[in-house]
Design a protein around this ligand. Sequence first.
Ligand SMILES: [Zn+2]
Length: 150
Amino acid sequence: MTHSRDSVVCVSVDDSDPRDPMAKCDRCGKQGTIARATRRAEPRVTLRFCGDCWPVAWSELRKRQDEEFRRWELSEDDSPQPPGWATSSRSWHDVIEFLGLIKQAEGSAKASGHFAKVAAEISATAHEMSGPMPSEVETFLKRWSTPSIG
Ligand SMILES: [Zn+2]
């Protein structure tokens, strides 16, 4: 068993290494997974996906989660909030999605320090990622990486 990090308040991001070269993808059955989704429910559900399946699998999980949450919001009873999924991946797809979100803040003075930090984090895990670095990520790193790092 791995060390439990339940004491850490962590809503949707699980920062432990999700790669498992021996595990089979829960979607296509291919061996070697780079993404993991864990449902913080009893019993705990853990799904693993390969790099090809992860973008679709995650979008489906998210849809399901949204739907459950919406139903919960509309319900009149005092049932507990549905458990969400914690995810961790080494997929460039997620990096691109994340960059798309933070780029909305581009231009503000506060953002540049944050962007430099994000660039450093991306550089630090780049060698663990599944597949070659997409050009848009490369562009982001070129723009925001501080010369002292790397
Ligand atoms: Zn797969």
